[in-house]
Design a protein around this ligand. Sequence first.
Ligand code: NAD
Length: 248
Amino acid sequence: MLLKNKVALITGGAGRNGLGFATARMMAAQGARVVILDLARAEPAAAATLLGEGHLGVVADVTDKASCDAAAAEILQALGRIDILVNNAGITQPRKTLDITGADYDAVLDVSLRGTLYMSQAVLPAMREQQSGAIVCISSVSAQRGGGILGGPHYSAAKAGVLGLARAMAREYGKDNVRINCVTPGLIATDINKGLIPDDKLQGILDGIPLNRIGEPNDVAGCVVFLASDLAKYLTGVTLDVNGGMLI
Ligand code: NAD
C-alpha cells in the first residue's frame, strides 16, 4: 500500500469518468483516506461513498478563497491532517484567440490557476506544521505544445501558469518537506472533451500519439499516485508528461 494512513484531498474529483475520480479510487485502493472536493452540483459526498467506508465528500468552489479555506478547515477538523492535495479541478473552452472574451478568460483561469493557488494556500500551513506533504497539480500538454488540442489559448495559458506556480511553490516549501509536482496529461477520454473530437479528426490526432491511443483516466491516476507517494520522495518541481509520447 503506497499511501497507507495518508489523507488525500482531490479537487474536482466527483466526476465518475474524470481524472480526479480515477485518482481518488486508486488512492483509496492504496490505503489513503480520500476527500473528494467538488462543486455542489457534482455531488462529492455521493462520489466519496463509492470509494467505500471512511472517505469524505466536501462541497467547495476552488475559485473562492473563503470556500477553499473553509473546506481545508473542515477536513483538518474531521481528519486531523492533510498529507496530499491534488489540484485537479479545471474547465476548458474550445476558442480561437480572437473569440476569447474577458469572461471566458476569467472563467478558465479562475478554476485552473486561481483554484490551484487558493487550494494550495489552504493546505500549506498544515503541511508546513506537519513538516510533510505532497501536492500534485494537473496541468496539460496544452501548456507545452503552444496550443490546445481541444482547449483555447486561454486554457494553454492557465495550464502553463500552473507549471510556473507549482515550481515556485516547490522552491519555497522544499525546506518544509512539502513536495510540489505537476502532471501534464495529453488527450484523455473524460467528460471534459466528450463530443469535442469530430470523427474525421480522430485519426489525425492518433497519428500524433506514438502509443496510438487516447489515454484513459487511470493512465494519469497512476502517475499522480506515484508523485504523491514516498516512491517520489526526492522529486519536487518536476513535470510528468502523461501523453502517450505526443511531444517526442
Ligand atoms: P472533468 O470535467 O471530468 O473534471 C473536472 C472537475 O472539476 C469536475 O468534477 C468539475 O465539477 C470540477 N470543477 C469545475 N469547476 C470547479 C470549481 N470551481 N470548484 C471545484 N471543482 C470544480 O474533466 P477531467 O478531464 O477529468 O479534468 C481533470 C483535470 O485534468 C482538469 O484540470 C483538466 O483541465 C485536466 N486535463 C484533462 C485532459 C483530458 O484530456 N481529459 C487533458 C489535460 C488536462
